[in-house]
Design a protein around this ligand. Structure first.
Ligand SMILES: [Zn+2]
Length: 137
């Protein structure tokens, strides 16, 4: 519950609203959850804003075929790389790698490196392929 600066009420609602968010100078329209007071005043809610921003980041990732944070982490772990080692590859700090794996957006140079990193690491054989391989006489 947040106190409204306009009317002093602590009665909040969450409304759904189409919103434009700028990611890397590009506009993305998302369906946002916005905290509002019963008087109609919009109230800043950090948790909701973080979720809204994450949606816009996901649209950006989908548009540019960028790996998602969990894919970065999974690929790194599959390679047996520490966050420190990936930081060296990306020429950034270890804490930047932590942020990337928690949802931060990589800069343009890192985007290219990460795309190749995730794409070039051999994926495990899919189950169907494995089954047909085992069934081949
Ligand atoms: Zn109010």
């Amino acid at each position: 519950m947040f106190k409204c600066e306009e009317c002093g009420s602590v009665k909040n609602n969450v409304i759904i609203k189409q919103e434009e968010i700028i990611v890397m100078t590009e506009k993305f329209t998302i369906t946002s959850n916005i905290c509002t007071c019963i008087c109609g005043n919009e109230i800043f809610d950090e948790v909701l804003e973080t979720e809204n921003l994450a949606k816009a980041y996901d649209l950006y990732r989908m548009k540019y075929n960028l790996p998602f944070p969990n894919e970065i982490k999974e690929t790194r772990e599959r390679c047996g790389f520490s966050q420190k080692k990936l930081a060296k590859i990306l020429t950034c700090t270890e804490s930047s790698v932590k942020h990337l794996e928690n949802g931060a957006l990589p800069n343009e140079k890192q985007q290219e490196i990460l795309k190749n990193f995730v794409r070039n690491i051999q994926k495990p054989v899919p189950n169907n392929a494995l089954i047909s391989y085992l069934q081949t006489p």
